[in-house]
Design a protein around this ligand. Structure first.
Ligand code: 7TS
Length: 452
């Protein structure tokens, strides 16, 4: 019989100890489960987010500003902020740095003092300026009626050419060959006595393909046709010399070679000045009015100097990193690279992964902290197929699978190792859920232009 608490105490103690014991086991098990799932999550998250690693492989879209460039620009915001055209010390403080910066830009492309370099806000502006000015000077006046561009120019050329077509200009869009390159003889074949301008990019932004600019320049010079080249993706990656290439006009953009955004330039050969772009206070010799972007110009000069200094490094060390990444990617089945390595800038790979939508691949890479691109950021908001893949005549299912990796002199070996691991993981995952890959005829690297 239970008469008082003393009688039940041992029983309560016993039950409590059982509860505590069981709770402890339950709690421990729960904790073990949580810890292990956390570990799993952490492991997975290492794979997905790469721990803390972030890798920037979209340098053909834009580049990090070189800290030395940033340093030389800084005084022109809060200390030496005078308008260079004013008549006081604040203005004259800017004169020497501006002159030195312009000299570096001229030297970087082999221009002489008789030539002109006008500073613009970007390459898009420079490209528009050349084509529209040729329209004003030659097409509208009836002297000529034709311009030639390649079918893989940047949209700032393509859209301008299409616009000029609506104004009565005839435009020839030159094809590329299966390696993604414009052949010089095609330029010669299409020049007529009505051709006012040939505009062919030095390096293609999607593939890194280097076009035969010196040959094309020589053809244009012989035929007496003006020659413009968009060298945005060439500067700092291959030697650029306006004299050797017989160039009349050349477009540049500072943010593609570790300079600031918002500054570009247009080289014009001696006696080949264009119609003024912006009328106003006669800045830039009256060709492009508007208060000078002093910090931007100073930054562009420094960036040009640094890019030229780093050219050998790009062509050796960065090329080696690019090749390591490319070799590893080409070990994966059904991957295709456009343009042979020897005909490409040292930093770029455009690769197709059969069966994987480019955007899906980008998503996986981005979650792992890796920035790449399906092509030009200017056109990548829509899900259209890559224009280069279409231009080289790649099968329809490959045209949607292109990914561009573009390195810079800031890319490290560790970043490439990490990228290789993540790309392999992503290909495995995405192909395992890809119905198009499941039914695709497979073959190891037998797509267009592989194993270069
Ligand atoms: N020309 C070429 C060859 C380019 O690659 C670009 C930008 C431009 C002109 C325009 O330069 P901006 O100074 O006007 O910006 N190309 C890319 C690209 O490939 N991905 O994003 C932007």
């Amino acid at each position: 019989m239970i008469k008082n608490y003393t009688d039940v105490a041992p029983i309560i103690k016993y039950i409590r100890s059982i509860i505590i014991f069981n709770y402890a086991i339950f709690y421990k098990t729960l904790r073990m489960f949580c810890v292990s799932s956390n570990k799993l999550r952490q492991k997975r998250s290492y794979l997905i987010t790469g721990g803390k690693m972030r890798v920037y492989l979209d340098n053909n879209a834009t580049t990090i500003v070189d800290p030395h460039v940033f340093e030389v620009m800084e005084p022109f915001f809060c200390q030496k902020y005078g308008n260079p055209n004013s008549l006081h010390q604040f203005a004259s403080d800017t004169h020497k740095p501006l002159k030195e910066a312009m000299q570096k830009i001229y030297a970087g492309i082999g221009a002489s003092n008789e030539d002109s370099v006008a500073i613009t806000s970007c390459a898009t502006e420079s490209n528009n300026w050349v084509l529209k000015s040729i329209y004003f000077e030659y097409i509208l006046t009836g002297r000529k009626n034709h311009i030639i561009v390649s079918e893989v120019e940047h949209p700032s050329i393509m859209a301008t050419a299409k616009f000029l077509e609506t104004k009565g200009c005839k435009v020839t869009y030159l094809p590329i060959n299966s390696e993604g390159i414009v052949e010089a003889h095609t330029v010669r074949d299409f020049i007529t006595d009505k051709t006012a301008l040939v505009s062919i990019m030095w390096v293609n932004n999607e593939t890194g393909a280097i076009f035969p600019i010196e040959e094309i320049g020589a053809i244009c010079a012989t035929k007496g046709v003006l020659f413009h080249t968009d060298s945005v993706q060439a500067i700092g990656k291959v030697p650029v010399n306006v004299k050797e290439a017989n160039v009349d006009y050349l477009t540049m953009s500072a943010h593609k070679f570790h300079g600031p955004k918002g500054v570009g330039a247009l080289f014009m050969k001696k006696d080949q000045e264009l119609t003024p772009l912006l009328h106003g206070g006669s800045h830039m010799g009256g060709l492009r009015s508007g208060t000078l972007n002093v910090s931007g110009i100073v930054g562009m000069g420094k960036a040009m100097e640094a890019a030229i200094d780093a050219l050998d490094f790009e062509m050796s060390e960065i090329k080696e990193l690019r090749d390591r990444l490319e070799d590893a990617i080409l070990e994966i089945e059904d991957t295709f690279v456009v343009t042979p390595r020897a005909k490409r800038t040292p930093n770029t790979i455009l690769v197709s992964f059969r069966g994987i939508e480019g955007e899906a691949m980008l998503w996986d890479l981005n979650r792992a902290g890796i920035a790449a691109s399906t092509g030009s950021a200017c056109a990548s908001e829509d899900l259209e197929s890559n224009p280069i893949m279409e231009a080289i005549g790649a099968e329809a299912d490959l045209a949607h699978t292109a990914i561009r990796f573009s390195l810079s002199r800031y890319t490290t070996s560790e970043e490439i190792d990490y990228t290789i691991d993540i790309v392999k993981e992503a290909v495995k995952r995405l192909r395992s859920i890809s119905s198009s890959y499941a039914y695709a005829p497979t073959g190891h690297n037998d797509g267009p232009n592989t194993n270069h």
